[in-house]
Design a protein around this ligand. Structure first.
Ligand code: BEZ
Length: 392
């Protein structure tokens, strides 16, 4: 039998469920929590810093709101450590309950993040790591990249080296996905044009003991060297290559990462190096000039490609989430919005492939007076082959 008191209690409970529960739900959905997993220490620390700066610049320009929802950030230093990647990403997804994962720089770390994103159906935006698998065999409705594949960044250089008249090349890189795939892309175009690879040299990431390998290059005597290193490794490699005197007879080429974000530290050693990438100094387009001025004003430094990738990662989230009215689970709507229109990046407009990787122009660049000066177009609208991706 229901007493008067019990009835009053039930009524007040029903009223609070009716009024408070929807209010709480609306409040919770007012913000979007982004878990930022980047290297804040180690060989790629500066790259992580640039990505975050670019991402925050765009977010601030949008009043820290996407689709009318406040952005909240949780940051984690991934130390460019693949063995810790799954645990770190799970900390963000299961512990901090983030709605979106952003990261990372190192291909091995980003592959761990992609696994966690797939297992939990969380939206992942990759602002650098070029591992083929992320937009290849692991491609998914909830996984996106604002940067490149390692294959793309290597492929464009093969033709440049061949056109410069070099037929026999030694490659040297770190032994992990980024190095292997960058060399793989280079070989695909270089060998197709009649080039020959004399030897593929490598050392474990993030080692910088290059002396024995440089001695080996000297004894092989190739026409040229192709390399992938980045961050602190790129500074050390260029310094050691020039100190060895090899550059006098064996010119050094690389994907743009060999001189990107590190020119100040490389100083005169980098002058004259020819590379290729989808960004560079002196593009001099209204879009890039506007971006560069805003970046300089915010951080008192010039942006590099990593800053652009961070900026574009935020822009892509904004475009996708605006289309889904902030619904972080509506991956159909998110994907449709991003695939529909060209993305107005400071690098130039790019489109997104069916596997969610940028289809973009690559520029030829030369280091002139401490800048990665754009000297022309290397390849227009280069798409990654997306091997293993079943999405259409
Ligand atoms: C990578 O691990 O995919 C990577 C790291 C630094 C620069 C470019 C690629």
């Amino acid at each position: 039998m229901i007493t008067k008191n019990k009835l009053a209690l039930m009524l007040s409970l029903a009223i609070s469920i009716f009024f408070i529960a929807p209010f709480t739900k609306v409040k919770a959905a007012e913000s979007i929590k982004i878990g930022i997993m980047l290297p804040y220490s180690g060989a790629f620390a500066d790259l992580g810093d640039s990505i975050e700066k670019g991402f925050m610049l765009y977010s601030k320009q949008k009043g820290n709101k996407f689709a009318g929802k406040n952005l909240e950030f949780v940051k984690l230093d991934d130390e460019s450590s693949p063995p810790k990647a799954v645990e770190n990403a799970n900390k963000l997804v299961k512990g901090d309950k983030v709605d979106i994962l952003l990261g990372s720089v190192h291909s091995g770390v980003a592959m761990g993040m992609a696994k966690v994103a797939m297992d939990n159906g969380v939206l992942l935006m990759v602002p650098n790591a070029g591992a083929a698998a992320i937009t290849g065999s692991m491609c998914a409705k909830n996984i996106y990249r604002s940067s490149f594949t390692n294959w793309q960044a290597g492929y464009v250089v093969g033709d440049i080296v061949m056109k410069a008249g070099h037929k026999k090349v030694v490659t040297i890189t770190w032994k992990y996905a980024a190095g292997d795939e960058s060399v793989g892309g280079f070989k695909d175009s270089f060998i197709a044009k009649g080039g020959m690879i004399m030897k593929e040299l490598s050392l474990p990431f993030p080692n910088v003991e290059f002396q024995a390998l440089l001695t080996e290059i000297a004894s092989i005597k190739p026409d040229a060297v192709y390399t992938f290193f980045s961050g602190a490794g790129a500074v050390e490699f260029v310094k050691d290559y020039m100190a060895s005197g090899l550059n006098k007879t064996i010119p050094l080429y690389g994907s743009g990462f060999i001189t990107e974000g590190v020119l100040e530290a490389q100083g005169a050693d980098a002058e004259g190096l020819v590379t290729a990438l989808y960004y560079g100094d002196g593009l001099n387009t209204p879009r890039d000039n506007e971006f560069r001025a805003a970046y300089k004003k915010a951080y008192n430094q010039d942006p590099d490609v990593f800053a652009v990738q961070g900026y574009d990662a935020a822009m892509m989230l904004d475009i996708g989430l605006t289309a889904t009215k902030g619904d972080v689970k509506d991956m159909e709507g998110f994907s449709k919005a991003l695939r529909q229109a060209p993305i107005p990046s400071p690098r130039g407009n790019f489109t997104l492939s069916a596997s969610h990787n940028p289809i973009q122009d690559f520029y030829m660049r030369k280091v002139i007076k401490g800048k990665n000066q754009v000297t022309g177009i290397a390849v227009k609208a280069l798409a990654d082959p997306a091997v293993g991706c079943k999405m259409q």
